[in-house]
Design a protein around this ligand. Structure first.
Ligand code: UGA
Length: 447
């Protein structure tokens, strides 16, 4: 059987999780990252971000010497398969920024130049269709003398893990997609994943390089569209007496052709993936001559949705000037400290613009929030301090800790108990029965 020795370039969420997971199943893995501070941290068993369960597993694989991180690309020569997992952020115009892909490929080419045996290169980063073949493949062939199908194998293997459940998703994916330049490359990668998944084999789909790249974008665009659809229905329900969007979408999601996942109404989607990927797909589509109006609408709905919280606040208070407003939740979703694209940023900026005094709480993301807001807002050490003396609270991220709060907590600590449930975590009736002024996304008057 093929003896895999794995290297992974780019130790962000995808790269580090993949590296640690592979190492935990017996593969020898080297992680490469240009950031020496990050590399040192990882080798000391520290994560550069918060992700449940990952740190314990990292420490285990470091102890077993199955994994280490380095800045030295030359160590790739001790491996035979390299995953490229670097970031592909948005450029200011929404197009994808491939600069990290290009520089990682060049550094990889530089060391592979000296290698005669076949080396397999797998692009895991989210890249627009054509990138694996025409950027990564071309650079390795044209600049570094590699021969595709001879001493160079090439695959595209999109990643579907979610932040906050990254390890679970890695060990239990719904499917594995393998885009392949040739059959041999696809066989090698399929065999690696079949070895990794042991008794828990997911469906494995073999496609062209371009179809694999497009599957990733289409999946994220569909999920994002489902959320914007749910929010559109919520915004309509808001104006229908006696109509709660949660009842409506429960009824919709029970249709097995639709299903309830990602039909959760709220303040919109954030994160480093959905907004960036939908933007990149729109730009790509326009560049090749098609105007993707459905995707443009998905983004437009999402851009407006955070401000629904302010709209609801103004139903209660005509002006927010001078009010003490508590924002519960800063991360773009629970179980992460990531604030990239978080809707909390838009909401806080708007509250400040309206003249409110903003106090925030988040179980994990405060350090990241300080980098954005410094001393413009107040950071509470716990939920109770956050609520103390507040005139209004907005639930922005649905952390479990917030779900457990009872009406009496809000009544005891707040100056005036006015709640805006931006993530639909509370039962409206329970809170209203306690005399709390309760507003929520997709909840009309009378409900
Ligand atoms: C998303 C995809 O779910 C992953 O499959 C994909 O691999 C990843 O992007 C990526 O491309 O790297 P992630 O951004 O980590 O994962 O988080 P999600 O759980 O998808 O949530 C994204 C946003 O949608 C969050 O802000 C969340 O609050 C929001 N959301 C989610 C809703 O507003 N409503 C829902 O019903 C579900």
């Amino acid at each position: 059987m093929y003896k895999y020795r794995v290297s992974i370039i780019g130790l962000g969420y995808v790269g580090l999780t993949t590296a640690v997971a592979l190492a935990s199943r017996g593969f020898n893995v080297i992680g490469i990252d240009a950031n020496s501070m990050k590399v040192e941290k990882i080798n000391n068993g520290e994560l550069p971000f918060y992700e449940p369960g990952l740190r314990d597993l990292l420490i285990k694989v470091l102890d077993k010497k199955r994994f280490h991180a380095t800045t030295d690309y030359k160590e790739i020569l001790n491996t035979n398969i390299t995953f490229i997992c670097v970031g592909t952020p948005s450029l200011p115009d929404g197009r994808i920024d491939l600069s990290q892909i290009v520089s990682a490929t060049k550094s990889l080419g530089n060391v592979l130049r000296k290698k005669n045996d076949i080396h397999f290169v797998v692009v895991k980063s989210t890249v627009i269709p054509g990138t694996t073949r025409n950027v990564v493949g071309k650079i390795l062939v044209n600049n570094y003398g590699k021969r595709l199908g001879e001493n160079l194998g090439l695959c595209m293997n999109p990643e579907f893990l979610r932040e906050g459940t990254a390890l679970y998703d890695t060990f239990n994916p719904g499917r594995v997609v393998i885009g392949e330049y040739d059959k041999k490359s696809g066989d090698i990668l399929e065999n690696l994943w079949r070895t990794f998944y042991r008794a828990n084999q997911p469906p494995i789909l073999r496609t062209s390089l371009e179809a694999a790249e497009m599957i990733k974008y289409a999946s994220n665009a569909f999920l994002a569209t489902k959320i914007s659809f749910a929010n559109t229905i919520a915004n309509i329900c808001q104006h229908i007496p006696n109509c709660d969007v949660l009842e409506v979408l429960r009824g919709v999601g029970l249709d097995h052709r639709i299903n309830p996942a990602f039909l959760g109404p709220g303040l919109g989607f954030g994160g480093s993936c959905f907004p960036k990927d939908v933007k990149a797909l729109i730009s790509f589509s326009k560049d090749i001559g098609y105007e993707p109006i459905l995707l443009e609408a998905t983004l437009k709905v999402n851009e407006e949705q955070p401000y629904k919280a302010i709209e609801l606040a103004k139903k209660h208070y005509n002006s927010l000037k001078g009010l003490r407003v508590t924002v519960l939740g800063l991360a773009f979703k629970p179980n992460t400290d990531d604030m990239r694209g978080a809707v909390s940023i838009k909401i806080i900026n708007k509250l400040l613009e309206e003249g409110a005094k903003v106090v925030v709480h988040d179980p994990k993301a405060v350090a990241n929030a300080r980098k954005i807001f410094s001393d413009k807002i107040e950071y509470a050490s716990d939920v109770y301090n956050a609520l103390k003396g507040a005139d209004l609270v907005i639930i922005v991220t649905e952390w479990d800790e917030y779900k457990k709060l009872t009406p009496s907590v809000f009544k005891t600590y707040m100056r005036r108990a006015v709640i805006i449930d931006g993530r639909r975590i509370y039962n409206p009736q329970t809170f209203r029965n306690e005399g709390i002024s309760f507003y929520a996304i997709g909840l009309s008057e009378g409900t």
